[in-house]
Design a protein around this ligand. Structure first.
Ligand code: M6R
Length: 609
């Protein structure tokens, strides 16, 4: 995820900004950049690569700059290159902007600005911002910033400097965090408290649509309507300073809790209520190419393979297109048959998984159209596919995939919805119901996360069991697999995911009082069947932890422990029901003292066969 640092004061700005960027490294980034105000000019250095390189370059910088901005970029629009790194500028190189977030309407703004003669240098969405400020700049920068903000749709945290106002640093936010650090004759700005705590414990949190004007000795916060705001200065406790992971003990936990935001980013700007359809920019498929798709082949490994399994249900149920799922590693070596008009979808968080990369190349070699669903922009799979959809989940650092998985499910749903509506197999009304339900997901995920303590208590009671079963049916069967994988990989506890109805064909022999079973039992047309399967476990003294729909009493008699998730259409239910399973795995692993973020024998991105 991108990071912002800004400074104005009387100290050497370059070393302060460099130190700030280093504190943001943990968020993940692919490029970095600085701009300083010096002798009424902007001095800029920006590059793709690691911040360690910045040290040498910044140390060679002319000193005596006291105001500047810096950024770590995690690409969303445009590859991770020097030119796409922030800051970005207006035409005359007088205004420099760094940005966190996504500008959804940047294409239409860019067209408008280009028509008016503005020259763009990068492929980013961010670059429209300095040009908009330039467009509206008449008397003062502050009102130009406000006017620009009124034109932006999406999320942003901004730090801005201008050669016309040498000791002033501006900040603005909507949807992306931005914090002011109040020092002694110096002011800081950052998207992340980490970058501030070594300089000051006094902070002001900016609220939605607020703009701040900072000088070394003053701060002035106002709204878009030019109302001046009196804001509280908070003193950060030392606990909050034990950060790195947003104050949480592990990246995995941080990423689980980021899901309301990452889910939102997966559908932001992609819901078209007017046409009751989803819109996905990077598909590069014409309408007739889409209508000619007769089959879908989904490829992935590990958690991404589980997402692919749910994709199969989605494409078949919603879009009525036959879909098959393959492990990338199996597909690549068995000379697979791809029928004409099969669309291949390669799913990978990292975009670097060697098996998936090879499998998609094989599919391409056989003449198939291949589409990527990746999180990392500019990754090998994304580039090799040349068409696809990004998750925009932000960097996933914990080895166990969590937020990327739920974002993969959102994107697969959007794709299935697109095909369904284009083919005319889903009515407008159903399309609208689906869009509304997708839009509600971040709120519902928050509701699930509020119950984390309950899951922690269950983990306390169960962490000594050496084996677990996870069962589910329909859309929830892949979630049983995913829950079991999460537990295995971070706690080293053996777990198996099984379709609930398959128990009686063998695995039920394992059941006794020492074998807990986690049951996915949310409302659906097959809940009665799941209940019968669970009754068979209960009759053999098996302990049951069930994931149920809020207010449902269906599983009361069968469950030893219950976690509930809010109601949502059955095809979206996996996105919510996997969250308690991520938490259960996390808390069991921490009870067992395991290194959650770096489990033994595993790598985040598997770039070997
Ligand atoms: O980056 P990818 O999505 O291609 O990675 C695939 C698997 O290696 C990955 O999902 C792995 O199974 C995770 N550790 C699961 O948590």
């Amino acid at each position: 995820m991108c990071g912002i640092v800004g400074y104005t004061g009387f100290k050497d700005c370059a070393s302060i900004l460099l130190k700030g960027l280093k504190c943001l490294e943990y968020r993940g980034y692919d490029s970095w950049g600085f701009s300083f105000l010096k002798d009424e000019n902007l001095v800029t250095i920006k590059k793709a690569g690691k911040i360690s390189e910045a040290e040498e370059i910044v140390n060679d910088f002319p000193r005596k700059s006291f105001t500047g901005i810096a950024h770590t970029r995690w690409a969303t629009h445009g590859f991770p290159t020097d030119i796409n790194a922030h800051p970005h500028f207006d035409c005359r190189m007088k205004i420099a902007v760094v940005h966190n977030g996504i500008i959804e309407n940047y294409l239409e703004l860019k067209k408008e600005l280009q028509k008016e003669g503005h020259i763009f240098r990068s492929e980013t969405d961010t670059e429209v911002i300095p040009h908009l400020i330039e467009k509206y700049y008449q008397e003062d920068i502050l009102s130009a910033i406000r006017k620009a903000m009124l034109r932006l749709v999406g999320a942003f945290g901004l730090a801005i400097i201008s050669t016309d106002e040498p000791n002033i640093l501006y900040g603005a936010r909507r949807g992306s965090p931005l914090i002011v650090g109040v020092g002694d004759k110096e002011m800081f700005l950052s998207s992340d408290i980490n970058a501030l705590v070594t300089h000051t414990r006094k902070v002001i949190y900016l609220d939605e649509d607020e703009v701040v004007k900072l000088t070394p000795t003053s701060f002035e916060i106002s709204t878009l309507k030019e109302e001046k705001m009196q804001k509280e200065i908070h003193t950060i406790s030392l606990d909050a300073v034990s950060l790195g992971k947003g104050g949480l003990p592990h990246f995995m936990l941080k990423e689980i809790f980021e899901q309301p935001e990452s889910l939102h980013n997966a559908f932001r700007g992609r819901l078209d209520y007017g046409r009751a359809i989803s819109k996905l920019g990077g598909l590069e498929l014409t309408q007739s190419e889409m209508l000619s798709v007769r089959g879908i082949k989904l490829l992935g490994c590990g958690t991404s393979w589980h997402a692919a399994l749910i994709g199969k249900y989605l494409f078949e149920e919603l879009a009525r297109i036959p879909a098959e799922v393959d492990y990338s590693s199996e597909f690549r070596y068995r000379d697979p048959i791809l029928l004409p008009d099969t669309l291949v979808i390669a799913i990978s968080q990292s975009g670097e998984t060697a098996d998936t990369l090879a499998a998609m190349k094989e599919a391409k070699r056989k003449g198939a159209k291949v589409l990527g669903i990746c999180n990392v922009v500019g990754s090998s799979i994304a580039r090799e596919c040349g068409r696809g959809v990004y998750l925009h989940a932000g960097p996933e650092i914990g080895v166990a995939s969590t937020k990327a998985f739920t974002s993969q499910l959102v994107v697969l749903t959007l794709l299935a919805l697109l095909f369904a509506r284009m083919k005319g197999v889903m009515a407008r009304r159903e399309g609208l119901i689906a869009l509304n339900a997708i839009e509600a997901l971040p709120c519902l995920a928050k509701r699930v996360l509020k119950k984390a303590e309950k899951v922690e208590k269950i983990a306390d009671l169960f962490y000594r069991y050496p084996n677990f079963l996870y069962v589910g049916r329909g859309y929830q069967f892949p979630i049983a697999l995913e829950g079991a994988l999460k537990l295995k990989e971070i706690s080293y506890v053996h777990a198996e995911g099984i379709p609930a109805a398959e128990l009686k064909h063998g695995p039920i022999a394992l059941i006794d009082e020492n074998m807990p079973t986690v049951v996915l039992a949310t409302e659906s047309n097959i809940l009665d069947k799941v209940k019968s399967n669970v009754a068979e476990i209960k009759a053999r003294k098996g302990k049951i932890i069930s994931i149920v729909t809020e207010a449902s009493r269906e599983m009361d008699d069968l469950s030893d422990f219950k976690c509930s998730v809010p109601p949502t259409p059955h095809f979206l239910a996996p996105i919510l029901s996997v969250i308690p399973l991520q938490l259960l795995a996390y808390y069991i692993a921490t009870c067992l003292g395991c290194d959650v973020d770096k489990p033994r024998n595993l790598a985040k991105s598997v770039t070997v066969e």
